[in-house]
Design a protein around this ligand. Structure first.
Ligand SMILES: NC(=O)C1=CN([C@@H]2O[C@H](COP(=O)(O)OP(=O)(O)OC[C@H]3O[C@@H](n4cnc5c(N)ncnc54)[C@H](O)[C@@H]3O)[C@@H](O)[C@H]2O)C=CC1
Ligand SMILES: O=C(O)C(=O)Cc1ccc(O)cc1
Length: 295
């Protein structure tokens, strides 16, 4: 077995993503020699201990990061600034701080300024997840065959980037490195806007008159069901994502609204070619994903 990438990995937050990393690290042995789990409540830490997915549990984030050569923030992105401020004075010289947040410019803005000289910061975003949360939701296969996007700010130490790349590759992901602003625009269209649409359409259906709502729930076809799966995601996590990728999300929403209006016009005027073209385009995108094995 290869040497572990890290001696001690501290996970700040052990929900779906943190607990999946913990499970993989514990089962493989070549990611970290010791896994420390931090969460806000004793109840979560007791659950982590029962699940046996960390070597140590620690309720104080400042203590959790002591002696860790890698600290991974796995909480909702709105909590990052306060967490960074708390842990910064306790980081070991040379420690690598990384994260799994779904927005990247905000994370660099919120964490970067607190980190002391001599530590390294490698922001990351695994493009894998489910609508479930908490330590029970994680699983070993979560990142298998999925992308992990790294957005190291200019000047980041190459060895630190390379170690985080190895960590994610050992989790089963393929790593791609990109600029944080580009990342935020890409995920706004492929992830954040689809979630916004899912939350909105479920709300719209729920706002309908009582009688109709019953019908919506009883006869929901698979299209609506697919939306409800996404809409079942964690409210705090998505509140934080929307507010921390505001500009890119609003830009993509404006473009989407224009396109939806064009579709409405085609429906109103019976523009069969327009409607067929759009449906065909959707079908081609679906096929391309299937060909890439990502659907
Ligand atoms: N759920 C998903 O599908 C994906 C989520 N992400 C990102 O990963 C991060 C974690 O998401 P999940 O694991 O899904 O969330 P989760 O809700 O399953 O777990 C979050 C963890 O953070 C802790 N936490 C919550 N608020 C906190 C606070 N104010 N201070 C300290 N700790 C706090 C919770 O106790 C819990 O341990 C988020 O930043 C999210 O944007 C990234 C990829 C996919
Ligand atoms: O469950 C789904 O459909 C997801 O899209 C999961 C997801 C949620 C947030 C991310 O930043 C990345 C992936």
């Amino acid at each position: 077995m290869a040497d572990p990438v890290f001696e001690r990995l501290a996970l700040i937050g052990v929900g779906l993503i943190g607990s999946s990393v913990a499970r993989i690290a514990r089962s493989r042995g070549d990611i970290a020699r010791v896994v420390v789990a931090n969460a806000r409540t004793e109840a979560t830490l007791n659950r982590v201990a029962d699940l046996g997915i960390a070597d140590l549990t620690e309720i104080d984030p400042a203590r959790a990061v002591e002696d860790a050569d890698c600290v991974m923030l796995c909480a909702p992105v709105g909590a990052y600034a306060a967490l960074a401020q708390q842990i910064a004075p306790h980081l070991m010289p040379g420690a690598i701080v990384t994260d799994v947040g779904s927005t990247k410019q905000s994370v660099i803005r919120d964490i970067g300024p607190f980190l002391p000289q001599g530590t390294h910061f490698v922001p990351a975003h695994p493009m894998a997840g489910t609508e479930f949360s908490g330590p029970d939701a994680g699983f070993i296969e979560l990142f298998q065959g999925r992308w992990c996007l790294l957005t190291p700010p200019t000047g980041t130490d190459d060895r630190a980037v390379s170690k985080i790349r190895t960590l994610w590759e050992r989790c089963g992901a393929t790593v791609s490195i990109m600029d944080a602003a580009h990342h935020d625009r890409v995920v706004a269209i492929v992830s954040h806007l689809p979630h916004l649409i899912a939350f909105t359409i479920c709300g719209t259906a729920d706002d309908l008159a009582d009688e109709t709502r019953q019908e919506v729930l009883r006869f929901a076809a698979s299209g609506f069901r697919d939306f409800t799966r996404i809409a079942a995601s964690d409210p705090v996590m998505w509140r934080d994502i929307f507010l921390n990728n505001r500009d890119a999300l609003l830009e993509m929403l404006a473009r989407f609204t224009e396109d939806a209006q064009a579709m409405a016009r085609a429906v109103r005027w019976g523009d069969t070619t327009y409607i067929e073209d759009k449906v065909l385009r959707g079908r081609k995108i679906r096929q391309a994903l299937i060909d890439l094995n990502q659907a």
